[in-house]
Design a binder for this molecule. Sequence first.
Ligand code: GDP
Ligand code: MN
Length: 373
Amino acid sequence: MDLFEHQARQLFEHYGVLVPRAEVADSAPEARAAAERLGGRVVVKAQVRAGGRGKAGGVRLAADPVAAYLTARQILGMDIKGHTVHRVMVAEPVEIEREFYLGYALDRAAGRFLAIASAEGGMEIEEVAARRPEAVARIPVDPDEGVTDAKAAEIAAAGGLPAEAAPTVRRLWRVLTEQDALLVEVNPLVRTRDGAIVALDGKVTLDDNARFRRPRAYAADTADDPREAEAAAKGLNYVKLDGHVGVIGNGAGLVMSTLDVVASRGARPADFLDIGGGASAEVMAGGLALVLGDPDVRSVLVNVFGGITACDAVAEGIVRALDTVTLTKPLVVRLDGNSAARGRAILAARAHRLVHQADTMDGAAARAAHLAA
Ligand code: GDP
Ligand code: MN
């Protein structure tokens, strides 16, 4: 699981890594109040699980609390790489003298960790590595030996980081190992005008296999989309995507191929929703309500191949959903396999003007793509 920047920041702080003073805010008035407490001039940062927020306009300097209010209003609700911004972090601005990059990642093939360090921080490290590979140092770290003072000094030197960054290099290693993380990335790690080494950004990916050891981290706002949280609560396998065709199917393989077919019809899927094998009418109704509630969705494609899940149960779920939510978006349904004829008859009997049936997956995708256009 990826942590939000503000969660990573808290972990860093706990391990003695310097971070700017900051608060999280869910609304513009809260951002203004936070700015007042932080001394007025602040940086307002979108909290989404995606990098490149700066480039997308999700990291902005505000000169005073009123500017922080206005900036937060602009950033909240913004879409960054398909992630809607629901929170901002309001931070004390840092006077940057120089930006560096430091990361630890798991090198699965080699069975060890890799420290990645560079004096070209602030930019996307993949770009730097592609353009000037010699500017990015990759130092293997044996998990049993870990990062000692000597190793930290070696990593800093190899990456062109100042020697005084070594203690931070070591502390970030502790974050990785003691918090069961697979990735810890600080970009930029900066040296400030007054010589301090500060983590100005933070990305931490926790190892889900260790979830049982970190119930708190997982309980605290795990989903960056409220619909993902709702789906998790309903036991649905849902991922928000950035297109406009809502996709619902049974079985991850079928849903993935449905995404491909939608894409081949020139449309972009708005989500991945697998209602699973053996789904009941209730699960179908819950899934449909979830997808219809997404403002990005313009049409919904339900693609079910009845196996353990019978198509008549799916059709009943759709009918039940039609009774509880007012359908304002067209729904294209393709039912095949177990009890398909009964399922189709149930939908035909309901005769809703926004519900269209299609015989094939391709035909259904073409229809849904057309309706979303
Ligand atoms: P990202 O774009 O998602 O990686 O977000 P970052 O947190 O890395 O912020 C993007 C860029 O904004 C950084 O590389 C910095 O150059 C700049 N930035 C962020 N916070 C501050 C700050 O406190 N002071 C200054 N001067 N620049 C900042
Ligand atoms: Mn960054």
